[in-house]
Design a protein around this ligand. Structure first.
Ligand code: SF4
Ligand code: SF4
Length: 97
């Protein structure tokens, strides 16, 4: 999953640290290992790796995480074309949207 990424700085992912109780759910459910809990607080390690699947927000008991692809999402076309370009061995530029 690490190879599938949006364009940089497009993911809508926010963490309100004050609300975090350090339960570790976000760290556990994220398929891209975006979060790490240290000293009972979650941290975002790799925001650009977020695919906006929403699992972290759904499983956060304190609503400390906000993620909403409808706010201005990364581009699925870009991700799929990036993967295809690697398979085909041809470079790809942009998403084509
Ligand atoms: S939205 Fe999905 S990919 Fe992004 S941080 Fe949350 S669980 Fe990980
Ligand atoms: S799921 Fe929410 S409360 Fe739990 S560690 Fe992650 S941000 Fe903090």
């Amino acid at each position: 999953m690490k190879a599938f990424r949006y364009l940089d700085n497009t993911a809508i992912l926010r963490l309100t640290e004050d609300k975090c109780i350090g339960c570790g759910n976000c760290e556990l459910v994220c398929p891209h290992r975006i979060f790490q809990v240290r000293d009972k607080k979650a941290q975002i390690l790799d925001k650009n790796g977020c695919m906006e699947c929403g699992a972290c927000a759904l499983n956060c008991p304190t609503e400390a995480i906000y993620v909403n692809p409808d706010d201005g999402c990364g581009c699925a076309s870009y991700i799929i074309n990036s993967w295809l370009s690697k398979v085909r061995g041809k470079p790809q530029y942009g998403c084509g949207c």
